[in-house]
Ligand binder design. Structure first.
Ligand code: ADP
Ligand code: MG
Length: 714
């Protein structure tokens, strides 16, 4: 047997971030130009490989021989950075292809982001590169850098800093400008990046290329990604799962929190899910921490790189100010973490030094005579850190004696005890210069905003929770054969109720027993077969709100009533101008005995894949908007947790003396619908099951109505 390991081709990202030779097209010594800054930054950060400036008007640039054309460089460069005016882009890229360049970093902008013409040019560039096996980063990007390797391929002005801090956070960002803003914010706080990659228009290499690289990068301990929209959610998912398997925390910043959502919504589902929500749901299913604040995201990623998942969800607070400590205690009890509790030994031990006997780890040093003694502060904070319920220590520094000692103690605790120790400097100019200078030297972050601290704590604790939940979400088996058989009869557009329910039944969801009846005689027969009372509902393609149109008749007691209901419904549909579409009436059992109504839906999102929703049902769903969305599929356990997290959960849980509803049966339906959605993928664009009648605990749940939007893939 051949046991030699196969050596995989290095990825384009790897080639680029470990380039041994770089050509800079449009190189110059003028740092007001992209090409000038790019080559300056490359040399400034100590690039050790071959540099080939390309500029027909110069013999040398920054002491490196310049070449009139890329065709003249002596050997094929690993990377070419292209910062030329847009009208020269294709010629330049053709030159790169001919010269055997592996990866072109295209800084040049004014392409797809400007409209049709730019898009065409960008497409042509990619087609040309692909045909020759050359990869493109960008266009319209700000390049990339790899700190440990000393490779800076970026024209960003931020790269003129003297020296990049060392750090363990890797960044992949769709936006170049935002990445540089995050960079400088991190830099000022003493936080460094291992590698940072900006993707720009993602014409060829995309976010997941950067993500994948960072997942496998030995210099990266946590990953920060800035996302506008995903190109390939399956690939993103694979990279995220790999990060998770390797124990690398991932923080995502998503643009577009205020997305208006789908305006032309045919269903509740579409109006209730925006792209931000879908992205968050996808991330949640992958154990990715999401935030909408790029600035603090850097701190979150840094904290996760430093400390990983905290050992507990309690937070100990210390301050020289009783007010600050009390405020923090309040803020901490609001989130998914709590004021840490002390065990009896710690309480007794602390009472030796401090006249404090309390069970929460919250100390106001200012309140005690000897508390500003550095030995006492150290002992107190170390005692906190070692307590089993303390997952993090937060110190709010207000002006007090021995502040620098205190900073030193916090840094030591945070660096040696594996417990996140967050220092928030509220002592302003008293210590700012000294602390900030220290942070730059030691790389230990000093926060200045309490909000930042809370967000960092939130990120740490969210990550901890993801670890606790574990990856193994047993999502069960999809009845694929039955679903495919039911799906094979469908055509694109709005499905009728019996069609949508056919899919549900195939997925194993309990639905009302019912018979589709094209004429009144069939309806009478069906009613007798099902047993009175029955329900009649008009069926017409395009009929969305049946009861609004007068096409739902409930509780029909006998044959005569069936006949009149059928006629009424036919007339009602005639009034809606859907007459041509009238297919008949659905005769269904009258579902009784419900104690609550629920809504379950699914939505396909081209950027994020399938999602499943659950909420309290009924007519107020759009008003209340109390729904929970998750990436599909979900396990029944996850479905149960979704239901329990609804604001309206008390309605299912015996509020005001009602019987408790069969939440387990509802969770089964959420799970089955999620499998259906995941199996059908883009074909099932939207599905609303509303209402589901949920009976008392142990008595089950039944889908009463469903509608769906069907598409057929091209
Ligand atoms: P639409 O949502 O298009 O108006 P539905 O089928 O949901 O139509 O019917 C409207 C309401 O009638 C439902 O919300 C439910 O309260 C009730 N209903 C419909 N079908 C049944 C049934 N088979 N058993 C009991 N109640 C029903
Ligand atoms: Mg309905």
């Amino acid at each position: 047997m051949n046991t030699r390991p196969s050596v995989a081709e290095p990825s384009a990202m790897h080639r680029m971030l470990h380039a041994r030779s770089v050509a800079v097209i449009g190189a110059s010594e003028d740092r007001s130009k992209f090409g000038g800054r790019l080559i300056y930054n490359l040399l400034h950060h100590g690039f050790q490989g071959m540099v080939y400036p390309v500029n027909p008007r110069r013999d040398a640039i920054f002491g490196h021989r310049a070449y009139p054309d890329i065709a003249d460089v002596p050997s094929p460069p690993d990377v070419a950075a292209v910062a030329v005016p847009v009208q020269h882009l294709l010629t330049s890229l053709q030159g790169c292809v001919n010269a055997g360049v592996k990866v072109a970093i295209v800084i040049t902008g004014q392409l797809a982001e400007t409209g049709m013409e730019g898009t065409k040019l960008q497409d042509d560039a990619v087609a040309m590169a692909r045909a020759a096996g050359m990869r493109i980063l960008g266009p319209n990007c700000l390049g990339a850098f790899n700190t440990p390797a000393g490779i800076c391929l970026s024209p960003s002005v931020t790269m003129s800093v003297d020296k990049l801090h060392k750090g363990r956070v890797g960044v992949a960002s769709q936006s170049g400008a935002l990445q540089t803003a995050m960079f400088i914010r991190a830099f000022d706080a003493g936080i460094g990046f291992s590698s940072a990659i900006t993707l720009g228009n993602q014409a060829d290499l995309e976010l997941s290329d950067g993500f994948e690289y960072l997942v496998d990068d030995p210099d990266t301990d946590a990953i920060l990604i800035y996302v506008e929209g995903l190109k390939d959610h399956k690939r993103f998912k694979r990279a995220a799962l790999r990060a998770r398997a390797l124990g690398k925390p991932v923080v995502a910043v998503k643009a577009g929190r205020t997305d208006a959502g789908a305006a032309m919504a045919n269903s509740h589902t579409a109006s209730l899910t925006g792209s931000y929500e879908a992205f968050s749901a996808l991330c949640e299913s992958l154990g990715i921490v999401v935030t909408d604040q790029p600035d603090t995201a850097v701190f979150c990623a840094d904290a996760l790189a430093r400390w990983g998942a905290p050992k507990a969800s309690g937070v100990a607070v210390a301050s020289g100010s009783g007010g600050a400590a009390a405020l923090a205690a309040d803020a901490i009890d609001d989130g998914n973490f709590h004021a840490a509790r002390l065990g009896p030994r710690a309480i007794a031990h602390l009472a030796d030094h401090l006249p404090m006997r309390k069970e929460t780890a919250n100390v106001d040093f200012g309140a005690y005579f000897s508390a500003f003694d550095p030995a006492v502060m150290r002992d107190t904070l170390e005692t906190f850190a070692d307590e089993p319920d303390v997952g993090a220590v937060l110190l709010i520094m207000t002006p007090q004696p021995a502040m620098e000692n205190l900073a030193e103690i916090m840094r030591e605790i945070g660096s040696t005890r594996g417990v996140p120790a967050l220092l928030c400097n509220k002592a302003g100019s008293m210590v700012r210069n000294k602390l900030e200078a220290d942070a730059l030297v030691t790389g230990y972050p000093i926060y200045t905003s309490l909000d930042d601290c809370y967000r960092v704590l939130e990120a740490l604790m969210a990550y901890r929770q993801f670890q606790d939940e574990g990856l193994a979400q047993e999502t069960g088996n999809t009845p694929a054969g039955a679903i495919d058989a039911s799906a094979s009869r469908l055509s694109p557009g709005l499905l009728t109720e019996p069609e949508a329910k056919g899919l549900l039944a195939a997925a194993g969801v309990p639905v009302t027993s019912e018979i589709m009846c094209p004429d009144v005689d069939a309806a009478v027969q069906a009613a007798q077969k099902i047993g009175f009372p029955v329900v009649l509902k008009g069926v017409a393609r395009g009929l969305i709100h049946k009861s609004d149109a007068g096409a739902v008749k409930l509780n029909i007691p006998n044959v005569a009533a069936v006949r009149s209901a059928f006629a009424h419904i036919q007339d009602a549909i005639a009034d809606t101008a859907l007459e041509a579409a009238f297919q008949g009436s659905l005769v269904a059992e009258m579902a009784v005995g419900g104690v609550a109504e629920a809504f379950v839906g699914s939505a396909w999102d081209s950027q994020h894949g399938p999602g499943v929703l659950v909420g309290a049902g009924g007519v107020f769903i759009e008003v209340v908007k109390d729904v929970k969305l998750a990436a599909a599929p979900v396990s029944t356990a996850k479905a149960q947790a979704m239901i329990e997290s609804l604001q309206t959960f008390p309605l299912f849980d015996g509020a005001r003396g009602r019987p408790k509803a069969d939440v387990a049966a509802l969770a089964d339906i959420v799970h089955q619908v999620s499998l259906l959605a995941a199996h059908l993928g883009p074909r099932l664009k939207e599905l609303d099951v509303n209402p589901i009648i949920v009976r008392a605990a142990g008595e089950g749940a039944l889908a009463v109505d469903a509608r769906a939007v069907w598409t057929t893939p091209e």
